[in-house]
Design a protein around this ligand. Structure first.
Ligand code: 8YV
Length: 315
């Protein structure tokens, strides 16, 4: 049987590309110079889209594929997929939940430790000879035993909180409702109130129109000059202008960020701030997790074209 034609929005590692090419006619959108011409030529053949969390599939792309049946996202976040356009045409959407949860939680906690203990600066202190010439490295702030807030106690937020419990932290969380699996952690519905009682605030919400800029000037101000904001979700959950202004003026102590508006071209104001830890959207970026994500992208496409139930549907 002829292999189904799919549109591949972004690159994958070789270990994914090879099996993808074996099973599908993959049209590599990301390699095309003239995107509109590429879509006009290949869109009519396309029955599936393989994309990545941060790239998604917009309305124009979906409209250019009149026979589109499924969009398979390499990532848990599907906020960059135009879901309304998919619903209107009965297009299925899948993501890669669960397989990345622990790695994302690990990176969030690692960023808190690195930032709070000044590990990057301390390493530079050793490498540039400051230890010998300038003496002891400035004292930093402890993590264990302090107050942590988790904004969004879903799969990733839960794993973050579990890890923080290992540091004997005083944990509270916000969500749309209390969770029965919260292990004695305090529920605080209002994100501003959560921030006000937190030294560290983790943003672990699935992004949607409803959560856009949920971390605004109010939450940031409540976290305050001693507080740290850690974002391992999506940039849209945070009002970046308010964040930058607070970091620049010291109204927020520090931030550790894995995601940015317009990434990878982040706002250059971040680059001159000494109180931010910047990561290139790689919370799920381990070999083990990325292999599992790639497999799940293909498993969803394969199941769909074989008429079997989808392993991880979101729509
Ligand atoms: C990936 C992600 O970095 O899971 C998500 O939603 O954004 C990440 O896991 C990305 O999708 C890989 O391209």
């Amino acid at each position: 049987m002829d292999k189904p034609h799919i549109l591949q929005v972004g690159p994958y590692p070789d270990w994914d590309q090879m099996p993808l090419d074996a099973a599908f006619h993959a049209h590599r959108y990301f390699e095309s110079g003239d995107k509109a011409a590429f879509l006009a030529e290949h869109g009519p053949k396309v029955r599936g889209i393989a994309t990545r969390g941060e790239l998604g599939a917009n309305a124009a792309m979906i409209a250019a594929c009149p026979h589109l049946e499924i969009i398979s996202v390499y990532g848990v976040g599907f906020d960059a997929v135009d879901l309304d356009a998919c619903r209107a045409r009965g297009i299925r959407v899948t993501n890669t939940p669960d397989v990345l949860t622990n790695d994302v939680a690990d990176l969030g906690v690692a960023m808190m430790l690195v930032q709070s203990r000044g590990i990057i600066g301390a390493e530079t202190w050793v490498r540039d000879g400051s230890w010998a010439t300038r003496g002891l490295y400035p004292l930093q702030r402890r993590v264990w035993g302090r107050r942590a807030g988790v904004l969004g106690l879903g799969r990733i937020g839960y794993e973050v909180a579990k890890r923080l419990a290992g540091f004997d932290m005083d944990i509270a969380y916000s969500d749309v409702a209390p969770k029965d699996y919260a292990q004695g952690w305090e529920y605080i519905a209002d994100p501003v109130a959560l921030a006000a009682r937190s030294d560290f605030l983790f943003v672990t919400l699935a992004a949607s129109a409803a959560t856009r800029h949920i971390v605004g000037a109010g939450v940031i101000g409540a976290l305050g000059p001693e507080g740290m904001l850690i974002n391992i979700s999506r940039a849209s959950n945070i009002d970046e202008e308010a964040l930058l202004a607070a970091l620049e003026t010291g109204r927020l102590g520090s931030a550790a960020l894995d995601v940015f508006e317009g990434e990878p071209k982040l706002n250059p104001r971040f680059l001159s701030l000494p109180n931010v830890l910047l990561q290139p959207h790689h919370a799920s970026g381990t070999v083990e997790t990325r292999k599992a994500m790639g497999q799940l992208v293909r498993d969803n496409l394969t199941a769909h074209f074989a008429g079997r139930p989808l392993p991880t549907p979101v729509l």
